[in-house]
Design a protein around this ligand. Structure first.
Ligand SMILES: O=P(O)(O)OC[C@H]1O[C@H](OP(=O)(O)OP(=O)(O)O)[C@H](O)[C@@H]1O
Ligand code: HPA
Ligand SMILES: [Mg+2]
Length: 177
């Protein structure tokens, strides 16, 4: 385990199994559609690519980059678009891929924006859900794991841009803040 972590929550193998399970459910729900999958940079990069490989349907892939944390462990509440979609959203079935729903600010903003642009439907898959972090009402349609009210890192998820490359997910030890 990385020395800056307090504990491991989900191993590489547990994540792999969960991603496969989520992909099967999503493939069944979208079998009549050609959804636009929107990965949210940068945290969801690993999850997005692993999920795509397990899908049994064809999808279009795009990314958005939004940021509300900077180098902090608390959401600033203000969501900034750093990179927008390259594709039109209107008329599309959109599946947003997120690594974690915490305060809910990011997804609340993104879902509203895509619906405003005329998306036919917007659903969310999030690998992690931290219900105790919620500041605004929003739920993902597909959730991998529920996590405690601690700052988690690994498998794409960072603290101050570090620890994204870990293959597992664990709790950051705030002594290293
Ligand atoms: O529910 P919220 O409180 O909005 O938190 C969730 C969002 O925060 C993190 O992104 P961040 O802004 O840190 O960008 P990053 O993915 O590039 O690290 C995470 O990847 C989610 O996108
Ligand atoms: O627990 C977290 N860890 C890393 N980034 C985050 N963004 C929101 N919540 C978290
Ligand atoms: Mg981050």
């Amino acid at each position: 385990m990385h020395p800056h972590l307090k504990e491991i929550l989900f191993t590489r193998e547990e994540i792999e199994a969960k991603v496969r399970e989520l992909a099967q459910e999503i493939s069944a729900d979208y079998k009549e559609s050609y959804p636009l999958v929107v990965g949210i940079l940068k945290g969801s990069v690993m999850f997005t690519t692993d999920l795509l490989k397990e899908l049994l349907i064809d999808v279009e892939l795009d990314f958005m980059d939004v940021s509300s944390y900077g180098n902090a462990t608390q959401s600033s509440g203000e969501v900034r678009i750093l990179k927008d979609l390259s594709t039109r959203a209107d008329g599309r079935d959109i599946l947003i891929v997120e690594d974690i729903v915490d305060s809910g600010n990011t997804l609340h903003y993104l879902k509203g924006l895509l619906l405003e642009r005329g998306a036919k439907s917007v659903k969310i898959v999030s690998l992690l859900d931290k219900p105790e972090g919620r500041k605004i009402a929003i739920e993902a349609d597909y959730v991998g794991f529920t996590v405690p009210d601690e700052f988690v890192v690994g498998y794409g998820i960072d603290y101050a841009e570090r620890y994204r490359s870990l293959a597992y997910i664990g709790v950051f030890n705030q002594e290293f803040l």
